[in-house]
Structures are given as structure tokens and as C-alpha cells.
Design a protein around this ligand. Sequence first.
Ligand code: NAD
Length: 260
Amino acid sequence: MGDTRTAIVTGSTSGIGLGVARALAARGCNVVLNSYTDTADDRALADEIAAEHGVATAYVPADMADPARCRALVETAAERFGSVDILVNNAGIQHVAPVEEFPVAKWDAVIAINLSSAFHTVAAAVPHMKRAGWGRIVNIASAHGLRASPYKAAYVAAKHGVLGLTKTVALELAEERVTCNAICPGYVLTPLVEAQIPDQMKAHGMDRDTVVREVMLARQPSREFATVEQIGGLVVFLCSDDAAQITGTSLSVDGGWTAM
Ligand code: NAD
């Protein structure tokens, strides 16, 4: 990846964000980890990644539902490391309900954390990237940025919005050596998804393999989960010089889901 880069990964204390943070650290990036909590475990995680990969890390708590905290996260990273070269917008939440019963507060939270946070972090990071003459923005969207499912109105709207934001930012920065792309994962085996398996086994009276294949991965033709390592690997590629002409697009990691 060349020079030592500084990367911010939002929502990186678990799942995909943590996998992306580890993958970038393994390639020599300094990494700023983030979540809305502020615990000793959060800071220990950043220290562990620094020690494992011989890079500098920081844990910066910031609630991605709060526009001012989104922007402050970027400025804190810039102050601490001198630049913001890579921004991975990953923080996200889900809420499932029929549209007529969808709680307004949940709609607002899903849109704020999954979509508006990316607008705020991008707006704050772009001046730093322009000044440096290099930058990579990767937004973790979803197969639900390309396809809908019932009862996920806010999530599907937010993820479709992320793809629109990605294209617009890419066009605005096309001559600045700053790229902006989205990754659209299908089902990824994160702790959140793993925790749903026992309940699904009970509800359907199936063993683990059957419930995963027939229920959870019913829309994923490969019938296999994507992994956080695979998403991390794609982020690393998008941050490489080989990906310099890839901008304004979305890359699916969904076992064929959106080919249907
Ligand atoms: P996860 O719940 O394991 O991790 C989400 C992370 O975001 C956590 O670190 C959490 O602390 C953080 N977070 C939540 N709310 C936050 C807030 N208000 N401010 C700051 N941080 C916050 O989830 P995951 O499965 O790893 O999902 C990560 C991203 O990938 C999300 O945007 C999600 O929509 C997307 N995604 C996940 C899957 C999947 O199957 N797991 C599929 C497609 C897309």
C-alpha cells in the first residue's frame, strides 16, 4: 500500500468493522477504531491490534448517530496521526417491522447511523484527502443496497442511499486521486449473525447446517456465509494502487444473491 496510511473504520469493535481494521493494520496502516461505547475493552482491542501488527492505533469513541461526533472523529484522527487517508464507513444497525408500524425513532436511528454518518465523515475527511492528493473512501453498504426485503424499510432505504452518496462523492473527487466505492455484502458470519443460529435452529427444529443452508442463506445461492476476512481483503484491494481507477461503483460479496 506504499507509505504508512492512516485509516478510520467506524463501528469497528466487532464483526465486519473489526475484520476490516485488522486487515488494514496487517497491511501496515495506522488504524483508528471506533464505536459508541467507551470501555477498557475497547481501548485494549486497539492496543492488541497495534501490538500484533506493529502499527499505531487509537480507539476514539463517537456515536455515529450524532453529526458533530462523526465530524469530530475525523478531526481527532487527523490531529493524532497527521492525516486521514482511508475512511471506511461501516457502523450500522438494523430494525425489522412492517412499514405502518415502523417506530419513528428507529427509522431516524437507522438513517442516521447507516447513512447520514457517512455523509458527515466524508464531508470532514475530504479536505484532508484533497490536501494530501490521495484518499480512499469505502462504504460498507449491503445486498440490501441493491435489493429489498420486506420489513426492512429503513435499512433498505439507508443502504440504497449509501450507494447514491458513493457515486456522487466519486464524481466530485474524480480528479483528486481520491476514490469512493461501496461494498455490498450478503450474509456475513459476524457474532451478531452467529448469535441468531441457535434461535433459528429451535424455531425450525433443524440442525445447524440445515438452518444455515435452508433458512438463513435461502437467498444466497452459494449457501455459504461471506467472512469478515473476505470483506477486509476487498477493502485492502480498494485501497491499493491497482484499484486507483475503480471509483463510484459497488462490489458485491454475496455468493450470487444479486445476480438473481
Ligand atoms: P456488528 O453489530 O457486529 O458491528 C457493528 C459495529 O457498529 C459495532 O462495532 C457497533 O458497536 C458499531 N455501532 C453500532 N451503532 C453505532 C453507533 N451509533 N456509533 C458508532 N458505532 C456503532 O455488525 P456487522 O454485521 O459487522 O455489520 C457491520 C456493517 O456491515 C453494517 O453497516 C451492516 O449493515 C453491514 N452489513 C452486515 C452484513 C452481515 O451479514 N453481517 C451484511 C451486509 C451488510
